[in-house]
Write a protein that binds this ligand. Structure first.
Ligand code: OOG
Ligand code: MG
Length: 261
Protein backbone atom coordinates (compact mmCIF):
# COMPACT_ATOMS: atom_id res chain seq x y z
CA UNK A 1 0.00 0.00 0.00
CA UNK A 2 1.37 3.45 -0.89
CA UNK A 3 1.78 6.13 1.75
CA UNK A 4 -1.14 8.04 0.21
CA UNK A 5 -3.39 5.00 0.45
CA UNK A 6 -2.30 4.21 3.96
CA UNK A 7 -2.95 7.74 5.30
CA UNK A 8 -6.26 7.86 3.40
CA UNK A 9 -7.28 4.60 5.07
CA UNK A 10 -6.31 5.89 8.52
CA UNK A 11 -8.32 9.10 8.03
CA UNK A 12 -11.30 7.20 6.65
CA UNK A 13 -11.24 4.73 9.56
CA UNK A 14 -10.93 7.59 12.05
CA UNK A 15 -14.01 9.28 10.53
CA UNK A 16 -15.96 6.02 10.38
CA UNK A 17 -15.21 4.96 13.94
CA UNK A 18 -15.07 8.48 15.45
CA UNK A 19 -11.60 8.24 16.91
CA UNK A 20 -8.83 10.82 16.79
CA UNK A 21 -5.48 10.12 15.15
CA UNK A 22 -2.07 11.75 15.51
CA UNK A 23 -0.87 14.35 13.05
CA UNK A 24 1.25 12.77 10.29
CA UNK A 25 2.72 16.02 8.84
CA UNK A 26 2.67 18.69 11.56
CA UNK A 27 5.21 20.87 9.74
CA UNK A 28 3.19 20.80 6.52
CA UNK A 29 6.03 19.31 4.47
CA UNK A 30 3.75 17.27 2.21
CA UNK A 31 2.86 18.88 -1.14
CA UNK A 32 -0.70 20.14 -1.56
CA UNK A 33 -1.00 17.82 -4.55
CA UNK A 34 -0.28 14.81 -2.34
CA UNK A 35 -2.61 16.14 0.35
CA UNK A 36 -5.47 16.35 -2.17
CA UNK A 37 -4.56 12.89 -3.47
CA UNK A 38 -5.04 11.55 0.07
CA UNK A 39 -8.40 13.33 0.28
CA UNK A 40 -9.53 11.88 -3.05
CA UNK A 41 -8.42 8.39 -2.05
CA UNK A 42 -10.24 8.56 1.28
CA UNK A 43 -13.44 9.77 -0.44
CA UNK A 44 -13.15 6.92 -2.95
CA UNK A 45 -13.40 4.52 -0.01
CA UNK A 46 -16.71 6.14 0.95
CA UNK A 47 -17.99 5.89 -2.63
CA UNK A 48 -17.11 2.19 -2.68
CA UNK A 49 -19.28 1.80 0.44
CA UNK A 50 -22.23 3.31 -1.44
CA UNK A 51 -22.06 7.01 -0.58
CA UNK A 52 -22.64 9.40 -3.49
CA UNK A 53 -20.69 12.58 -4.29
CA UNK A 54 -23.14 15.48 -3.92
CA UNK A 55 -20.94 18.56 -4.17
CA UNK A 56 -18.07 20.40 -2.56
CA UNK A 57 -17.31 22.55 0.47
CA UNK A 58 -15.00 25.50 0.68
CA UNK A 59 -12.81 26.25 3.69
CA UNK A 60 -11.05 29.31 5.07
CA UNK A 61 -13.05 31.72 2.91
CA UNK A 62 -13.57 34.16 5.81
CA UNK A 63 -11.09 35.99 8.02
CA UNK A 64 -12.91 34.68 11.09
CA UNK A 65 -12.19 31.07 10.09
CA UNK A 66 -8.62 31.79 9.01
CA UNK A 67 -7.95 33.46 12.34
CA UNK A 68 -9.59 30.71 14.38
CA UNK A 69 -7.61 27.93 12.71
CA UNK A 70 -4.39 29.86 11.96
CA UNK A 71 -4.39 29.05 8.22
CA UNK A 72 -4.99 31.43 5.34
CA UNK A 73 -5.21 29.41 2.11
CA UNK A 74 -8.63 28.68 0.65
CA UNK A 75 -9.15 24.90 0.59
CA UNK A 76 -11.90 22.61 -0.63
CA UNK A 77 -13.32 19.22 0.22
CA UNK A 78 -15.82 16.74 -1.19
CA UNK A 79 -19.38 16.34 0.13
CA UNK A 80 -21.08 12.94 0.06
CA UNK A 81 -24.71 11.92 0.54
CA UNK A 82 -23.99 10.40 3.96
CA UNK A 83 -22.88 13.82 5.28
CA UNK A 84 -26.27 15.49 4.74
CA UNK A 85 -28.18 15.96 7.98
CA UNK A 86 -31.89 16.56 7.57
CA UNK A 87 -32.94 20.06 8.62
CA UNK A 88 -34.52 19.94 12.09
CA UNK A 89 -33.29 16.43 12.92
CA UNK A 90 -31.07 15.26 15.78
CA UNK A 91 -27.50 14.05 15.30
CA UNK A 92 -25.88 11.27 17.31
CA UNK A 93 -22.77 12.85 18.87
CA UNK A 94 -21.11 9.46 19.41
CA UNK A 95 -20.53 9.37 15.63
CA UNK A 96 -18.15 12.35 15.85
CA UNK A 97 -14.74 12.90 17.44
CA UNK A 98 -15.07 16.54 18.66
CA UNK A 99 -17.58 18.27 16.40
CA UNK A 100 -17.98 21.98 15.86
CA UNK A 101 -20.62 23.94 13.94
CA UNK A 102 -20.42 27.06 11.78
CA UNK A 103 -22.88 29.13 9.73
CA UNK A 104 -22.56 28.94 5.95
CA UNK A 105 -24.39 29.78 2.73
CA UNK A 106 -25.23 26.88 0.38
CA UNK A 107 -25.61 26.98 -3.39
CA UNK A 108 -27.27 24.36 -5.58
CA UNK A 109 -26.45 24.45 -9.29
CA UNK A 110 -28.74 24.11 -12.28
CA UNK A 111 -25.80 23.93 -14.70
CA UNK A 112 -22.21 22.73 -14.53
CA UNK A 113 -19.29 25.10 -13.95
CA UNK A 114 -16.22 23.75 -15.64
CA UNK A 115 -13.25 25.92 -14.81
CA UNK A 116 -12.40 29.60 -14.74
CA UNK A 117 -15.71 31.39 -14.53
CA UNK A 118 -16.66 35.01 -14.00
CA UNK A 119 -18.97 35.97 -11.14
CA UNK A 120 -21.93 36.58 -13.50
CA UNK A 121 -21.38 33.22 -15.24
CA UNK A 122 -21.24 31.45 -11.89
CA UNK A 123 -24.43 33.21 -10.77
CA UNK A 124 -26.20 32.17 -13.98
CA UNK A 125 -25.49 28.52 -13.07
CA UNK A 126 -27.04 28.82 -9.58
CA UNK A 127 -30.45 27.28 -9.11
CA UNK A 128 -30.92 28.49 -5.53
CA UNK A 129 -29.22 29.60 -2.31
CA UNK A 130 -29.99 28.58 1.27
CA UNK A 131 -28.96 29.27 4.86
CA UNK A 132 -26.86 26.34 6.06
CA UNK A 133 -24.82 24.97 8.93
CA UNK A 134 -21.69 22.91 8.59
CA UNK A 135 -20.65 20.32 11.17
CA UNK A 136 -16.86 20.06 11.06
CA UNK A 137 -15.01 17.33 12.89
CA UNK A 138 -11.26 17.13 12.50
CA UNK A 139 -9.97 13.60 12.73
CA UNK A 140 -6.74 14.88 14.34
CA UNK A 141 -6.29 14.89 18.08
CA UNK A 142 -7.15 18.24 19.71
CA UNK A 143 -8.49 19.56 16.37
CA UNK A 144 -4.93 20.63 15.46
CA UNK A 145 -3.52 20.31 11.97
CA UNK A 146 -1.26 21.80 9.30
CA UNK A 147 -2.58 22.88 5.90
CA UNK A 148 -1.64 19.59 4.22
CA UNK A 149 -3.24 17.62 7.05
CA UNK A 150 -6.59 19.40 6.95
CA UNK A 151 -6.71 19.03 3.16
CA UNK A 152 -5.98 15.31 3.48
CA UNK A 153 -8.77 15.11 6.08
CA UNK A 154 -11.33 16.42 3.56
CA UNK A 155 -11.27 19.88 5.14
CA UNK A 156 -12.75 18.46 8.38
CA UNK A 157 -16.06 17.96 6.62
CA UNK A 158 -18.47 15.82 8.50
CA UNK A 159 -22.03 17.05 8.10
CA UNK A 160 -24.14 19.77 6.53
CA UNK A 161 -27.66 21.03 7.17
CA UNK A 162 -29.50 23.05 4.53
CA UNK A 163 -32.50 25.31 5.10
CA UNK A 164 -35.14 26.45 2.58
CA UNK A 165 -33.95 27.24 -0.94
CA UNK A 166 -34.40 30.83 -2.27
CA UNK A 167 -34.20 32.50 -5.65
CA UNK A 168 -30.57 33.62 -6.16
CA UNK A 169 -31.49 36.67 -8.19
CA UNK A 170 -32.03 38.95 -5.19
CA UNK A 171 -28.77 40.39 -3.84
CA UNK A 172 -27.12 38.00 -1.34
CA UNK A 173 -23.73 39.71 -1.19
CA UNK A 174 -24.12 40.93 2.38
CA UNK A 175 -26.89 39.13 4.27
CA UNK A 176 -26.74 39.47 8.04
CA UNK A 177 -26.70 36.19 9.94
CA UNK A 178 -26.96 34.98 13.51
CA UNK A 179 -26.01 31.54 14.81
CA UNK A 180 -27.69 30.61 18.07
CA UNK A 181 -27.46 27.71 20.49
CA UNK A 182 -30.57 27.05 22.57
CA UNK A 183 -31.83 30.50 21.62
CA UNK A 184 -28.69 32.29 22.77
CA UNK A 185 -26.76 34.20 20.10
CA UNK A 186 -23.25 32.75 19.78
CA UNK A 187 -22.02 34.20 16.46
CA UNK A 188 -23.03 37.18 14.37
CA UNK A 189 -21.80 37.83 10.84
CA UNK A 190 -22.62 38.40 7.20
CA UNK A 191 -22.35 36.53 3.91
CA UNK A 192 -20.06 39.39 2.85
CA UNK A 193 -17.41 37.80 5.08
CA UNK A 194 -17.01 35.07 2.42
CA UNK A 195 -14.19 36.46 0.26
CA UNK A 196 -16.09 39.78 0.11
CA UNK A 197 -18.96 38.14 -1.81
CA UNK A 198 -20.09 34.51 -1.54
CA UNK A 199 -20.05 34.18 -5.33
CA UNK A 200 -16.24 34.40 -5.13
CA UNK A 201 -16.31 31.23 -3.11
CA UNK A 202 -18.39 29.54 -5.81
CA UNK A 203 -15.98 30.77 -8.51
CA UNK A 204 -13.08 29.29 -6.50
CA UNK A 205 -14.99 26.02 -6.02
CA UNK A 206 -15.54 25.79 -9.79
CA UNK A 207 -11.87 26.43 -10.53
CA UNK A 208 -10.43 24.09 -7.92
CA UNK A 209 -12.73 21.16 -8.56
CA UNK A 210 -12.32 21.44 -12.35
CA UNK A 211 -8.54 21.51 -11.91
CA UNK A 212 -8.86 18.28 -9.94
CA UNK A 213 -10.76 16.68 -12.83
CA UNK A 214 -14.10 16.67 -10.97
CA UNK A 215 -15.93 19.75 -12.31
CA UNK A 216 -19.10 21.01 -10.65
CA UNK A 217 -22.22 19.62 -12.30
CA UNK A 218 -25.93 20.46 -12.30
CA UNK A 219 -27.45 19.40 -8.98
CA UNK A 220 -24.21 19.83 -7.04
CA UNK A 221 -24.30 21.59 -3.67
CA UNK A 222 -21.51 24.04 -2.82
CA UNK A 223 -21.01 25.08 0.80
CA UNK A 224 -19.38 28.52 0.65
CA UNK A 225 -17.42 28.32 3.94
CA UNK A 226 -17.90 29.40 7.53
CA UNK A 227 -18.80 33.09 7.80
CA UNK A 228 -17.85 33.22 11.50
CA UNK A 229 -15.76 31.17 13.93
CA UNK A 230 -17.04 27.69 14.73
CA UNK A 231 -18.59 26.62 18.06
CA UNK A 232 -18.19 23.29 19.88
CA UNK A 233 -21.21 20.99 19.93
CA UNK A 234 -22.45 19.58 23.22
CA UNK A 235 -25.25 17.13 24.09
CA UNK A 236 -28.86 18.28 24.17
CA UNK A 237 -28.52 21.47 22.12
CA UNK A 238 -30.53 23.10 19.34
CA UNK A 239 -28.28 24.98 16.91
CA UNK A 240 -29.84 27.43 14.47
CA UNK A 241 -28.74 29.93 11.86
CA UNK A 242 -30.98 32.77 10.83
CA UNK A 243 -30.12 34.72 7.69
CA UNK A 244 -31.59 38.02 6.70
CA UNK A 245 -34.37 37.53 4.12
CA UNK A 246 -33.68 33.87 3.25
CA UNK A 247 -34.68 32.14 6.48
CA UNK A 248 -33.27 29.67 8.93
CA UNK A 249 -31.82 26.18 9.33
CA UNK A 250 -31.16 24.14 12.44
CA UNK A 251 -30.61 20.77 14.06
CA UNK A 252 -30.43 19.14 17.48
CA UNK A 253 -27.70 17.17 19.20
CA UNK A 254 -28.78 14.08 21.13
CA UNK A 255 -28.55 13.91 24.91
CA UNK A 256 -25.83 11.25 25.18
CA UNK A 257 -22.68 12.55 26.90
CA UNK A 258 -19.75 12.89 24.52
CA UNK A 259 -17.25 10.10 24.84
CA UNK A 260 -13.70 11.32 25.35
CA UNK A 261 -14.42 15.00 26.01
C1 OOG B 1 -11.27 23.26 8.49
C2 OOG B 1 -12.47 23.46 7.61
C3 OOG B 1 -12.72 24.92 7.29
C4 OOG B 1 -14.56 26.55 6.69
O1 OOG B 1 -15.77 26.72 6.46
O2 OOG B 1 -13.75 27.47 6.72
C5 OOG B 1 -14.12 25.16 6.94
C6 OOG B 1 -11.58 23.43 9.95
O3 OOG B 1 -11.86 24.55 10.40
O4 OOG B 1 -11.52 22.42 10.66
O5 OOG B 1 -14.96 24.29 6.88
MG1 MG C 1 -16.99 25.10 6.85
Amino acid sequence: MSQIQSIAAQLDDAARHAHAISQFDPQGALSLEDAYAIQRTSIERRLVRGERRVGVKMGFTSRAKMAQMGLSDVIWGRLTSAMQVEEGSAIDLSRYVHPRVEPELAFVLKRGLHGNETGPAALAAVEAIAPALEIIDSRYRDFRFSLSEVIADNASSSGFVIGPWSDPRADFSNLGLVMSIDGRTVQVGSTGALLGHPLRSLVAAARLSAAAGEPLEAGDVVMAGGATSAEWLKPGQYIGVEMERIGRAGFHTDRQPLIGQ
